[in-house]
Design a protein around this ligand. Structure first.
Ligand SMILES: *Cc1c(COP(=O)(O)O)cnc(C)c1O
Length: 456
């Protein structure tokens, strides 16, 4: 019987390919659509924004895609990441469960996001791009991309939502340390920003406005491209390095997970840990449950509708088929900023529609309670986003105890919370509110966001 606290891989055991779930999806995906023509978009529509190789990956149905050696070299700064058995947390929960977590907080930026930031920076560099623009909310994506672009001497302009820029300065300082240029959005650097500022000089900004600014700046210069940290097919694929490693790590134990859990913003960390297990479900008859966990205050998977919608608030992206609350939905200000996104990636949306995964929505107080319990047993303080996965683990354990059915659980520890301690301060002082969204609010938001597709 092999029992380990920490299951490690050697450098040479790191997977050398990403997994593309599109090769194995039983349901056919709907194409992204151009809002002006109503026709499926082609690679040429995306060329001003993304390098060719990423566009190829976005539409690829090849099962495995090689990870370039230069990318593998940078991954090895923190990869392979450990798979850890949470024995002390298990003891606290006192249920017939084995709990493992894949620790993605060990990356230099503190989350899973560098897994896609590094290849995105690399492919831009290979195609001669000198500058990348992006948006960031609380700063996790911006800091991951700031870290990644440094290796390839690419300049990075980050539009950071103004209210976060003012209230959460530490990730801004991380980005500056890695050499990125960070401005509060709305800014006066773009037409979109100037327009908003003219209407409301005190605008706190939003992710939607920041996306508009980043896209506008990228479109102005042919050596500048734009980069996105979640939702899109190629982003989800880059994250599968997480699950591919986890599969190899389980081979070193006598266990195999009954349940795989990930918190859910746009879908990248959940996809990353779960898609390789879904392959085994589809091809080898395994029956692992895949569970995505979203906040009650932004419940697109559990209460959203499946239809075409914009990926951003302003409406500059192609129309994507997805579970959405409407692109104009503005979620309450919960602390898990990375989960405050109105839609789910098109691949995830299709899988949910085809009943190949499940989704649950949880309130933030329950999540922080689980996060604090985890910190007090396993020692690591989880990001507010990650606490959603941990709270679901607690629910699964409770159910196992009540039913007397043992299970093995693995969850993705998507990031640490060391730059989010204000959130814990508020929780510990009892100052956090739980926000419920009414059915009417969701209906109204979807109606407000409905998009007219103009026929050619
Ligand atoms: C950004 C972020 C998330 C949510 O994004 P996904 O694309 O759904 O993974 C979750 N956890 C952490 C720590 C993040 O930084």
């Amino acid at each position: 019987m092999k029992t380990f606290k920490k299951i490690l891989l050697q450098e040479h055991e790191m997977p050398a390919q990403w997994y593309n779930i599109r090769a194995d999806m039983p349901g056919k995906m709907l194409p992204p659509i151009h809002p002006a023509t109503g026709q499926p978009i082609g690679p040429a529509d995306l060329a001003p924004l993304f390098p060719e190789e990423l566009i190829r990956q976005e539409v690829s149905t090849e099962r495995f895609i090689d990870i370039p050696e230069e990318v593998q070299d940078i991954y090895k700064i923190w990869r392979p990441s450990p798979l850890v058995r949470a024995t002390r947390f298990e003891k606290l929960l006192d249920a017939p469960v084995k709990i493992y977590f894949k620790n993605e907080s060990v990356s230099p930026a503190g989350s899973h996001k560098p897994n896609t930031a590094v290849p995105q920076a690399y492919y831009n560099y290979k195609e001669g791009i000198k500058r990348i623009t992006t948006e960031t909310g609380a700063g996790q994506w911006g800091s991951a991309l700031a870290f990644a672009t440094r290796f390839f001497n690419i300049d990075l302009n980050v539009f950071m939502v103004k209210v976060s820029f003012q209230q959460k300065p530490y990730r801004q300082f991380m980005m500056n340390t890695w050499g990125a240029d960070v401005v509060a959005s709305p800014s006066n650097l773009t037409e979109a920003g100037r327009k908003i500022l003219a209407e409301d000089p005190a605008s706190p900004g939003s992710l939607g406005i920041a996306i508009s600014e980043a896209i506008e700046m990228a479109l102005q210069d042919e050596n500048t491209k734009y980069s996105l940290g979640s939702v899109l097919n190629h982003v989800l694929m880059h994250q599968t390095i997480i699950g591919e490693e986890t599969l190899r790590q389980f081979e070193k134990t006598d266990d195999y997970p009954d349940v795989v859990i990930g918190c859910f913003g746009g879908g990248s960390n959940f996809a990353g840990i779960s898609f390789p297990f879904l392959r085994n479900n589809l091809k080898e008859g395994k029956q692992t449950r895949l569970v995505a966990v979203e906040p009650e205050s932004c419940p697109k998977l559990t209460r959203g509708e499946f239809h075409y919608d914009f990926g951003d608030t302003i409406g500059m992206t192609p129309l994507l088929p997805m579970f959405t609350l409407g692109h104009k939905f503005i979620p309450p200000q919960i602390h898990a900023g990375g989960l405050r996104y109105h839609g789910a990636g098109p691949i995830i949306s299709q899988l949910l529609k085809d009943n190949l995964m499940e989704a649950h929505a949880l309130h933030q107080n329950e999540c922080f309670e689980a996060g604090v319990a985890f910190a007090r047993t396993e020692g690591i303080i989880p990001a507010p986003e990650t606490t959603h996965a941990i709270a679901q683990v607690v629910r699964e354990a409770r159910q196992a105890r009540e039913e007397g059915i043992p299970k093995t659980i693995v969850f993705n520890f998507s990031g640490h919370g060391l730059v989010d301690m204000t959130a814990y301060d508020h929780f510990l002082k009892g100052e956090l509110s739980d926000y419920s969204i009414t059915d009417k609010q969701i209906k109204d938001s979807i109606a407000r966001s409905s998009v007219a597709i103009v026929a050619p």
